[in-house]
Design a protein around this ligand. Structure first.
Ligand SMILES: *[C@@H]1O[C@H](CO)[C@@H](O)[C@H](O)[C@H]1NC(C)=O
Ligand SMILES: *[C@@H]1O[C@H](CO)[C@@H](O)[C@H](O)[C@H]1NC(C)=O
Ligand SMILES: *[C@@H]1O[C@H](CO)[C@@H](O)[C@H](O)[C@H]1NC(C)=O
Ligand SMILES: *[C@@H]1O[C@H](CO)[C@@H](O)[C@H](O)[C@H]1NC(C)=O
Ligand SMILES: *[C@@H]1O[C@H](CO)[C@@H](O)[C@H](O)[C@H]1NC(C)=O
Length: 479
């Protein structure tokens, strides 16, 4: 009996020891931030807090995301390609009866198994038509934020109805507060109240810097040398986000948690160039499977990283973040997901364990975004419509906005385009006609993946979602 108790005590002791050593994890997502929209890449941008973390951490040069929001977030949370979840088409609309399949395990669920306290502050956008789809039913201890996209930064409403909650309760009393501040302050508050006997996981998918283009004047005024009004405001939005990131790192320091914290920062997709974001010198933007739509501005900072102050050029895909963070937390990643842990590769600066990935496979009413693309080694194959907008664009800097012609969508797998994105990361030289053997090889690999595609779940809107049925708040309870 004595021995059993001793063993139990020892077991509990080691358990507490190991969990005490797990790093805190802060996973920051910037919405619609472009490749060229942070100071460490573009000296015209004022982002000192982010730049410090990035340049003292590891900057990713080849970390890929999906061309838009709900698909990328599906990958972040589940470690699955959106085309395996029916989530590959467009961003979810307010009135669609859709959420990421409930039998998919989310990152916070995995981290809870390892003893983490789990919080989400910001944007969900993975479905909310019933409570089971919402954050506190999918692994988060707390939720403060909104379910949809594109709402007003001050009223937290969209189409005149509130979309803002504190856990399950509508949060009506934040009206007038800019969301970068609201979310920044809530993150600081959670850090201050956190019981340090548990490791902390914070997922911070900020509203910034998605449209509408809104920012308090003091941030806009930081850019007197930007002539274009939209770009000036957008730049201010990025600087407000930077201030929020600075506040979070300061709070972690004040609590003595910073040394043992790992920070992952990423955009959810390339910047929408028609809406003042910028991906120069990459081609295309949000909605496209050009590199400008799919390379995320991204870096890691902190606990466990060895080769810091470097740029990591290994191939990473959004599906990899879940298993990578589970590994960083000392857990064992699932083997049944699309993502692979890149933790040992990243932290030690070793070659990536990924050699290929899918940009997208979407044949639903093809195609309102990039519908078919694959990367194998240095090569990238695009079949058919890559999405709009195309081209190489510098940041807007004249009083008149740059004009973007209405895109012409087309269906089918033509034309076929092939690029060596290692040698030609800006996609200037289509090699398809010159190297048909490589096209054939990539196409065969693409067809293998395509056999596993789950058709996009993208139904007509349901009038039952109408917030006037729910006290004027976008709410679960209609599916
Ligand atoms: C979820 O359920 C679907 C439909 O039953 C099934 O095809 C899929 O394999 C399941 N996925 C997981 C991750 O369990
Ligand atoms: C909003 O109301 C909640 C619940 O009463 C309270 O905890 C919170 O501090 C309030 N926030 C503001 C900004 O008034
Ligand atoms: C950062 O913290 C300062 C001081 O508490 C606060 O005034 C400011 O609103 C915060 N900014 C953001 C973006 O959270
Ligand atoms: C923190 O959690 C531990 C373990 O559950 C508990 O014993 C302790 O009382 C908590 N501390 C505070 C300040 O709540
Ligand atoms: C924008 O153009 C103005 C006028 O040509 C120039 O002075 C300014 O430096 C430019 N700003 C940026 C950010 O390029």
């Amino acid at each position: 009996m004595m021995e059993v108790r001793l063993l139990l005590a020892l077991f509990l002791f080691f358990l507490s020891l190991s969990s005490a050593q797990r790093p805190n994890i802060v996973f920051i997502v910037a919405d619609d931030l472009g490749w060229n929209d942070l100071g460490f890449r573009n000296p015209d941008m004022i982002t000192p807090n982010i730049d410090k973390l990035a340049t003292e951490g590891i900057i990713f040069d080849n970390a890929y995301v999906q061309p838009l929001c709900s698909p990328s977030r599906t990958a972040f949370m589940s470690g699955m390609y959106p085309f395996h979840a029916g989530m590959q088409h467009m961003a979810l609309k307010l009135d669609q009866k859709v959420c990421v399949p409930l039998n998919f395990t989310f990152l916070p669920q995995e981290l809870k198994k390892l003893g983490y306290a789990t919080h989400i502050i910001g944007k969900w956008h993975l479905g909310y038509c019933k409570w089971e789809c919402t954050p506190t039913y999918r692994g988060f201890d707390t939720f403060f934020g909104y379910y949809n996209a594109g709402e007003d930064y001050f009223s937290h409403s969209i189409r005149d109805y509130l979309d803002f909650r504190d856990n399950k309760t509508p949060a009506r009393n934040y009206s007038g507060e800019y969301s970068a501040n609201t979310f920044g302050l809530r993150a600081v508050d959670i850090i201050h109240r956190h019981n340090v006997s548990q490791p902390l996981f914070m997922y911070l998918p900020y509203q910034s810097v998605h449209g509408p283009i809104e920012v308090p004047k003091k941030y806009e005024d930081m850019y007197p040398n930007v002539i274009n009004e939209g770009r000036r405001k957008y730049s201010g939005m990025v600087s407000a986000l930077d201030e929020a990131v600075g506040n979070v790192t300061k709070a972690l320091k004040d609590r003595g948690l910073f040394e043992n914290t790992l920070i992952l920062f990423t955009a959810d997709n390339g910047g929408p160039i028609e809406a003042y974001a910028n991906n120069w010198p990459l081609r295309g933007g949000k909605y496209t499977i050009w590199e400008g739509g799919t390379k995320g501005a991204s870096f890691m900072y902190g606990a466990g990283l060895q080769k810091t102050g470097t740029t990591y050029d290994g191939m990473i895909h959004a599906v990899d973040w879940k298993p990578t963070l589970v590994s960083a937390a000392g857990g064992t990643p699932e083997t049944t997901i699309d993502g692979i842990s890149q933790w040992e590769s990243i932290r030690n600066g070793l070659p990536s364990s990924r050699t290929e990935f899918i940009y997208n496979i979407d044949y639903f009413e093809a195609a309102f975004e990039g519908h078919a693309g694959i990367r194998v080694g240095d090569y990238k194959l695009i079949l058919g419509y890559p999405g709009a907008f195309d081209g190489w664009h510098k940041p807007m800097n004249s009083t008149e906005d740059e004009i973007f012609e209405e895109p012409v969508h087309y269906t089918g797998d033509e034309p076929v385009q092939l690029f060596n994105v290692r040698e030609d990361p800006t996609e200037h030289n289509n090699l398809a006609d010159k190297t048909p053997d490589i096209v054939a090889k990539l196409r065969a690999r693409f067809e293998e993946y395509k056999k596993t595609m789950v058709p996009a779940n993208y139904p007509e809107g349901d009038p039952a979602s109408d917030p006037s049925n729910f006290g004027g708040v976008w709410s679960p309870g209609w599916c």
